[in-house]
Design a protein around this ligand. Sequence first.
Ligand code: URA
Length: 237
Amino acid sequence: MTVCRLDKFISSQLNLPRSVCRKLIARGAVTVNGAVLKKPEEKITAETDEVAVGGEAIRYQKHVYIMMNKPKGVLSASTDKTRKTVVDLVPPALFRRTLFPVGRLDRDTTGLLILTDDGDFAHYVISPKSHLKKRYRVLLDAPADASAVKAFRDGITLADGTKCMPAELEISQENPYLVFATIYEGKYHQIKRMFGTLGLGVDELHRVSIGEVSLDENLREGDCRAMKNDEISLIYK
Ligand code: URA
């Protein structure tokens, strides 16, 4: 059970500054289990107490999990002084000030990115110990062949000596420049560096799935939506 201050609870769930929440409480706009409470420091149990603001009940959500189709040109970060970040793209209805991207996609990479405020979930997704697969669609600057597939399967050693876990590479039947790469970890620029060791450059990189969860085809670049419970539990069992 999560026991917390009334003002903190409202602030986190409605994404309002605490000062605004305190004013709402003082004004008598907040009820807990039907009774008006006027003290912001009053403790409530998030899972069981029914808190309403202006007569509207708050549906408690401990954490948020957002699926985004990351567009090109946007940083995988929470904030940046000058450049646009993925958190800047989250619409107000899904936004929380504590949101951060789960791992990073390069600025020019598109596709599936999860944003959350759940540190344990993020740690699980990122940790190489979880062996969670990440699948990418890659457009190369030269055709791939069977030797690249074998190199992926054997485990590539990057130019700086870093060893990668065995990975999978599928070459499109119609177009040998188009491949699908599946890795089970997430080192810095990993896909580009893996192809680099094979003398292949990456022209386009797009993440299609994490674990068993694929990017929703209805999401256009820059769009996002709340993840469904079954999608969250497919990743984080
Ligand atoms: N590997 C890369 O090289 N870049 C990404 O954005 C993701 C994986």
